[in-house]
Ligand binder design. Structure first.
Ligand SMILES: [Zn+2]
Length: 501
């Protein structure tokens, strides 16, 4: 009886997943190949699918099945069935607590806010954006109150991206991280040494860059029989079926790292998707975990692997041959230093690996203050600039390179930023655990062998889908609760190598 109910539930979820994958394909197309004139009709197609998906997700029948299944006491909460019921039920209950009026109002408000944000950023005029931001925060607070929370209203917002995470857990970790990062960055900037980053600039024809990026993605394990690489404005990874994962990048003819590191990053996301259980596609056992876990997979390949010396021992001679650069032009050490430069900057998306987390911490602190009412929107630009000066030693001279630089808040994404840093923390912990289990990763990378690491990630992370909450999964795999130490060890070792006397 119970099994029949579970079968019906799964059939329903699989059908919804098909619609969602069609939506993903349309969105991928919109960002890559769609002709400009097609945008109005594409918006209609997407709206049509969105409403079909929404009505399936809030189908009252779903509630009956979930109630019946969750009353069964013998189900292991981490089995395929137990996790499916737990995850789908939680999402169903959360969605059903949101008043339809509020959902509509938020959609309308954030769509308008994004348009106004684009203008305000262009005109460098925070005042133009401020009333919209106030409205977005007000509506997101109403939504948080409607769905409920245990400790902090902000927790209900984080929960949209990192289930069950709380500010009271993440806050102290990020405080510790900040307290160690600020002096670490100061060591680098105060050393008087600067990375030889001129060698990253030059003439790198786009077709050659594309071929090189493809060969690197393929070498680390991205499966091009089950995926693609295309061009877009803002790189992303999209999964449009159990054997169809699309990654994207953009090319700068004069600066190689732009495309190369975005491909490593997106390939990391893509290999996670390709490692999920395809027989459970679209259902919790075959779905990726939280955004933090997803980001840990991209960051691990981009930073722990792709900025390491052994990685470049293998790839630099290939890169030099590919772009016809003389091996005498610069050394391996110069190249590795150049891609590991530490230099504070104002723009988050251009930040290096070490200072990046300080950009996130500024946003994490400010959005909590905004949500709690301790900070007003009117005082936000001044608070932003002060915090940048304190943590990064730089003060934005205009809001377009300060508080107006990110799209997130205009899109209603409050509570999203910390998942970037959680991804970095998880990546560092996972990499240490993999090295402990496998040993000799450096030698493997230098020989161009990345399969053992990928296999380890498949076994320990990918195959679990959503069977466990993210922080439990990380604790279980690494033997340590999420914390800041592993990331600091990783970053510290580079500062010691390049910036100390
Ligand atoms: Zn990412």
């Amino acid at each position: 009886m119970l099994n029949n109910t579970f079968r019906r539930l799964c059939r329903h979820l699989r059908e919804t997943a098909r619609l969602q994958s069609i939506q993903a394909l349309l969105e991928w197309d919109q960002q890559t190949y769609m002709p400009a004139e097609a945008s109005d009709y594409r918006a209609e197609q997407l709206a049509c699918l969105t409403s079909m998906i929404h009505s399936r997700q809030t189908d009252p029948q779903l509630k009956d099945w979930l109630d019946e299944l969750s009353e069964s006491p013998q189900t292991d909460p981490h089995s395929d069935m137990g996790a499916t019921v737990r995850v789908v039920r939680r999402e169903f209950l959360k969605e059903s607590k949101k008043p339809a009026r509020l959902v509509e109002e938020l959609t309308r408000c954030t769509s308008l806010a994004q348009q106004i944000w684009i203008e305000a950023r262009k005109d460098n005029d925070f005042g133009k954006f401020a009333p919209m931001l106030e409205q977005v925060i007000k509506l997101r607070c109403e939504e948080a109150d409607a769905v409920g929370y245990v400790e902090d209203r902000y927790d209900a917002m984080i929960d949209d991206y990192e289930h069950d995470a709380r500010a009271s857990q993440i806050g102290p970790i990020l405080d510790n991280l900040r307290d160690e990062l600020v002096p670490l960055v100061q060591t680098a900037t105060g050393s008087g040494k600067s990375a030889p980053n001129g060698i990253l600039h030059g003439s790198f024809p786009i077709p050659q860059q594309e071929a090189f990026c493809r060969s690197v993605a393929s070498a680390i394990g991205f499966d091009f029989e089950r995926g693609r690489l295309d061009v877009t404005h803002h790189p992303f990874c999209s999964e449009v079926g159990p054997h169809d994962c699309r990654i994207t990048t953009r090319y700068d003819e004069h600066f190689l790292p732009s495309a190369l590191y975005s491909v490593l990053h997106e390939a990391g996301h893509g290999m996670y998707e390709q490692g999920l259980r395809s027989d459970w596609y679209g259902l919790p056992p075959g779905k990726s975990g939280s955004l933090g876990v997803h980001e840990s997979q991209s960051r691990l390949w981009e930073n722990q692997v792709g900025r390491s010396r052994p990685f470049w021992q293998h790839f630099l001679p290939r890169l030099q041959r590919h772009f016809a650069i003389s091996p005498h032009e610069f050394s391996l050490d110069d190249w590795v230093w150049a891609v590991n430069e530490v230099r504070p900057s104002l723009i988050r998306v251009e930040a290096d690996e070490t200072t990046y987390n300080l950009h996130i911490i500024v946003r994490f602190e400010l959005e909590q203050e905004l949500v709690s009412g301790r900070l007003t929107v009117a005082d936000l630009p001044a608070a932003w600039n002060e915090r940048y000066e304190k943590y990064l030693g730089l003060r934005p001279s205009k809001d377009s390179e300060g508080v107006l630089q990110d799209i997130h808040w205009s899109a209603g994404l409050i509570g999203y930023f910390p998942t970037y840093t959680l991804g970095n923390l998880y990546a560092a912990q996972l990499f240490e655990a993999a090295e402990k289990d496998l040993g000799g990763l450096d030698g493997q990378f230098a020989a161009g062998e990345f399969a053992p690491l990928l296999k380890w990630l498949r076994t320990n992370i990918h195959r679990h889908g959503q069977l466990y909450p993210s922080s439990d999964l990380i604790s279980h795999v690494t033997g340590q609760v999420p914390g800041h130490q592993a990331l600091i060890r990783h970053l510290q070792s580079k500062v010691d190598l390049f910036y100390r006397a």
